[in-house]
Ligand binder design. Structure first.
Ligand code: NAD
Ligand code: UDP
Length: 336
């Protein structure tokens, strides 16, 4: 199978490229490198001993996309490319709407013009808004509280409309919970620009001495220890979810929606403890106010992906922390 991976130089994309190559698929990556570096793709090739094709292309450049589809016959597209910082999306919403939504429309137009109709889209648990209960199944109502979340929700709706208009489309919506960890080799991992927004990269930068202390955003939530609970999933397990989705769904049609999470929630304090154990470092933290827009608890019911895709997670919280620390301690400055 020949797969186009948009945003393939990024965190989840690079790990997915490894799994695709190791499963014998041919990979073409496009990325504008706005939040990544080409180095990640060199490392992907080192890890796998296989080569992939890379083109520095922005999804906003329609003409380049058409040229790419003219040159290749893809079996499917995995669409990771997008901006993902929630806070920034509140500050500059139009940039997010243009990049994520217009970028996706351009991609789908190019796909339609060249009769490529299977797309696997990186959606997010953020589309469940504030769930009324946990665990969350795919049938839960959706809503969004910030422009980033709305881009995910709108793109899901756009892709569903596409299927309604033409039943040959094959739309796979993968709703990720909280991806963390890194490849076992320590050669690729998460390399956020500036100060990380997410918990795990923040903790690992405190551990490595790059940041002084973690702010724990609130300890008065209705959870076991008062801190927020999330479903952290190892990025390699997540990447494998994409391989399984392709294996099961290429050649089919319809709209297929799956949660990709472990089904188990961990609190912020539990993550700190697990990371201290994995790294042997003390994580300094203090409790601060809640972060606006945060929810108390969020974890997945991933039975559908288990049943239909034959996918399950294999890596627990200790491995997530150990692999994050391995990458971070080998690369205190990321890919720089
Ligand atoms: P990332 O920023 O590491 O990767 C995204 C890649 O897309 C980057 O390499 C960036 O350079 C590229 N890109 C952005 N806009 C582009 C454009 N217009 N044209 C071409 N390339 C472009 O992010 P990630 O964590 O790997 O996330 C991948 C996808 O998964 C994103 O769509 C994100 O919204 C989604 N997602 C991520 C998380 C998470 O916590 N990391 C959770 C849920 C969903
Ligand atoms: N969190 C925190 N300090 C940080 C970053 C995150 O206490 O510096 C908490 C946050 O309130 C949430 C959990 O860690 O309860 C996971 O946050 P993250 O931003 O990684 O994921 P999301 O909230 O988007 O699921």
């Amino acid at each position: 199978m020949k797969i186009l991976v948009t945003g393939g130089a990024g965190y989840i994309g690079s790990h997915t490229c490894v799994q695709l190559l190791e499963n014998g698929m041919d990979v073409v990556v496009i990325d504008n490198l706005s939040n990544s570096s080409e180095e990640s793709l060199k490392r992907v090739q080192e890890i796998t001993g296989r080569s992939l094709e890379f083109h520095k292309i922005d999804l906003l450049e329609r003409a380049w996309l058409d040229a790419l589809f003219r040159d290749h016959q893809f079996d499917a597209v995995i669409h990771f490319a997008g901006l993902k910082a929630v806070g920034e999306s509140v500050q500059i919403p139009l940039k997010y709407y243009r990049n994520n939504i217009t970028g996706t429309i351009n991609l789908c137009e190019a796909m339609a013009n060249h009769d490529v109709k299977t797309i696997v889209f990186s959606s997010s648990a953020t589309v469940y808004g504030e769930p009324e209960q946990v665990p969350i199944t795919e049938e839960f109502p959706t809503s969004a509280y910030n422009p980033y979340g709305r881009t995910k929700l709108f793109i899901e709706e756009i892709l569903k409309d596409l299927y309604v208009s033409d039943k040959r489309w094959n739309i796979v919506l993968l709703r990720y919970f909280n991806p963390v960890g890194a490849h076992k080799s320590g050669k690729i991992g998460e390399d956020p620009k500036g100060i990380p927004n997410n918990l795990m990269p923040f903790i690992s930068q405190v551990a490595v001495g790059k940041l002084k202390e973690l702010s724990v955003f609130g300890n008065d939530y209705p959870t076991s220890d008062g801190t927020g609970v999330r479903d952290y999933i190892h990025v390699v397990d997540l990447a494998n979810g994409h391989v399984k989705a392709l294996e099961k769904l290429v050649g089919k049609t319809g709209v297929h929606t799956y949660n990709l999470g472990t089904g188990r929630g961990y609190s912020v304090l539990e993550i700190i403890k697990a990371f201290e154990k994995a790294s042997g470092r003390k994580i300094n933290y203090n409790i601060t106010d809640r972060r606006p827009g945060d929810i108390a608890e969020c974890y997945a019911d991933s039975d559908k992906a288990h049943r239909e895709l034959n996918w399950k997670t294999e890596r627990g919280i200790d491995e997530m922390c150990t692999d994050t620390w391995h990458w971070q301690s080998m690369h205190p400055k990321g890919y720089e």
